[in-house]
Design a binder for this molecule. Structure first.
Ligand code: HEM
Length: 522
């Protein structure tokens, strides 16, 4: 003690001590008032559990090529609300129905925005479409135009004839193959039918370059699923140049853009020539125009209160294809896969459909209301094979507390709907394909039951649910009504390859090939 007092007597030592105290005061004031967390000091923040991270890349190495599966495994160890870091970017991963409710219901407004990533900026016209548009007036107007003129129940009902015609053509193609005892590439049939229906109602006609367009769309879906390292670690952005992702993204964006330019020009030409009635797509009593005609009219008459340019028109049409084709046909693909793996469920479904349809050779849309087992099969498919397993990412627009955890403004949110669909606290025998679970249950997929959210929920819920479901129900019903199905070469149904593709929408990695035998029971 004595020697300490002696030391304090020396003026140099005293001045060093005062400087140290001053530094400590400044640092603690900074931490209190100027650190990024303004409301609370970092010490008091309660953050969700996080797996250990590596320097620079954070947890990116844990994501892998099947993010819904790797994030599911991580959540088993770290919990259903888990904070990861992709490079320097915080990412909240939600894997429980309760957490999803917090994000998409309790705090829906806070999470109503989408994060900006370079792939979607390039591929989706820099957020001028509906799905990536920032939450606000532009998004509201674009979404309501799409709903009013394409996706509302009334509109969807008015395309009934288009669906029936396209389904009849597809069934005819299958019958031709079956009569020559040839296997049917069901994946291709499903994708063509969905694409043709959307083409006819949105663009007014089918396009002969349809196959090329379909290929482009599937490449587009794959690119949307790519994690671009530069979005998370900007100084590593050069990697996407070297590995070719950037040039591939640019090429796909350019080719799709020139396709849609052609479509818009064709519609403008037709309007200028005064041929409003040569539309071969939809013929409803009240309106013979297709969706592009409607968008061009809105542009000409400036009815939304702000100018809509050509880019907005192309973006909104692309959205309908991008969001509507792959997602819809993959449900058919996985439903038929599961039915082929479970012949007893296939038989039960055929029994219901053949009972309701009676002697009729085709199932009509009016028959569908009575087909409860069919609806259960589709729900079970959406639960186990959620088409967009991580939904479409959201971002928090302000600091918020979720289940007691502090979530900072700018945190990206991935909702693992695929994991929620197999959460044992919500589902018995979660890994089994068991449609009966829905027969006496009120659980639906329209965004109110957070155990089953394949279409999301809240303000940004998918507006295409009815559009997709009508196609899926009608086509699946007719397919199993008209044919008995088996695997080629007498393969065992349990051997069916179940590998998943890579991308934002998860479909089968290998196409679904099956043998159809026409059923003459009607
Ligand atoms: C089985 C078929 C489909 C599935 C599983 C599906 C799924 C989804 C999901 C998960 C979202 C994000 C929802 C959220 O953030 O909460 C979404 C958004 C969207 N979907 Fe779908 N979708 C399907 C069919 C369709 C169809 C047929 C269309 C139109 C033709 C469509 C148009 C859109 C649009 C425009 C958005 C963006 C909505 C917004 O951000 O406001 N979808 N969809």
């Amino acid at each position: 003690m004595r020697s300490l007092l002696d030391l304090l007597d020396q003026p140099e030592i005293l001045s060093i001590l005062f400087s140290l105290i001053a530094i400590l005061v400044v640092v603690s004031l900074y931490r209190q008032f100027l650190s990024p967390w303004t409301a609370t000091s970092k010490r008091e923040l309660v953050l969700p559990p996080s797996p250990p991270k590596l320097p620079i890349i954070g947890n990116l190495h844990k994501v892998g090529s099947q993010p819904h599966r790797s994030l599911y495994s991580l959540a088993q160890q770290h919990g259903s609300l888990m904070l990861l870091h992709f490079g320097h970017v915080p990412v909240l991963v939600v894997s429980s129905s309760g957490g999803a409710r917090e994000i998409m219901k309790t705090h829906d407004l806070t999470f109503a925005n989408r994060p900006k990533v370079s792939n979607t900026e390039k591929l989706l016209y820099d957020g001028k479409d509906v799905s990536q548009a920032p939450y606000g007036e532009y998004w509201r107007q674009m979404r309501s135009i799409s709903v009013l003129h394409l996706l509302s129940s009334k509109r969807v009902h008015s395309y009934c004839a288009v669906r029936q015609e396209e389904m009849a053509l597809a069934i005819q193609r299958i019958e031709n193959l079956c009569s020559s005892a040839l296997p049917v590439n069901l994946s291709e049939v499903f994708s063509t039918v969905t694409n043709d229906i959307i083409c006819r109602v949105a663009l007014g006609r089918k396009y002969s370059e349809g196959t090329k367009f379909q290929k482009l769309l599937s490449e587009f879906g794959e690119l949307l699923g790519v994690i671009n390292i530069g979005d998370y670690i900007p100084w590593l952005a050069w990697i996407s140049h070297v590995n070719g992702w950037n040039s591939r993204t640019d090429r796909v964006a350019k080719e799709l853009d020139s396709f849609f330019d052609g479509v818009v020009d064709e519609h403008i030409d037709r309007y200028e020539k005064g041929c409003h009635d040569i539309n071969v797509g939809i013929k409803t009593e009240e309106d013979q125009r297709d969706f592009v005609d409607v968008l061009l009219e809105i542009q000409r008459e400036n009815t939304v209160g702000f100018p809509i340019d050509r880019v907005s028109i192309k973006a909104i049409i692309l959205d309908m294809f991008a969001a509507g084709t792959d997602t819809t046909y993959t449900v058919l693909e996985w439903a038929m896969t599961e039915l082929l793996r479970h012949p007893e469920i296939m038989k039960e479904l055929q029994k219901e459909i053949r009972h309701v349809a009676g002697d009729k050779s085709d199932v009509s849309e009016d028959d569908l209301d009575e087909m409860h087992y069919l609806k259960a099969v589709i729900k079970e498919t959406l639960r186990l094979h959620t088409p967009i397993p991580l939904l479409v990412p959201r971002i928090s627009t302000k600091d918020v507390k979720i289940n007691g955890y502090d979530i900072a403004q700018g945190t990206r949110v991935l909702i693992n709907a695929w994991a929620i669909g197999r959460d044992p606290s919500s589902w018995e025998r979660p890994e089994d394909f068991f449609p009966e679970r829905f027969l006496n249950s009120s659980i639906d997929f329209k965004g109110h039951h957070f155990e089953l959210i394949p279409f999301g929920s809240g303000r940004r819920i998918c507006p295409g649910i009815q559009f997709a479901m009508k196609i899926n129900e009608l086509f699946l019903a007719n397919l199993v009504h008209k044919f008995d199905w088996s695997l080629p070469g007498g393969a065992n149904d349990k051997d069916l390859d179940m590998s998943e593709s890579f991308g934002i929408t998860i479909h089968r990695k290998s196409p679904l090939i099956a043998i159809g035998t026409p059923c003459f029971c009607h």
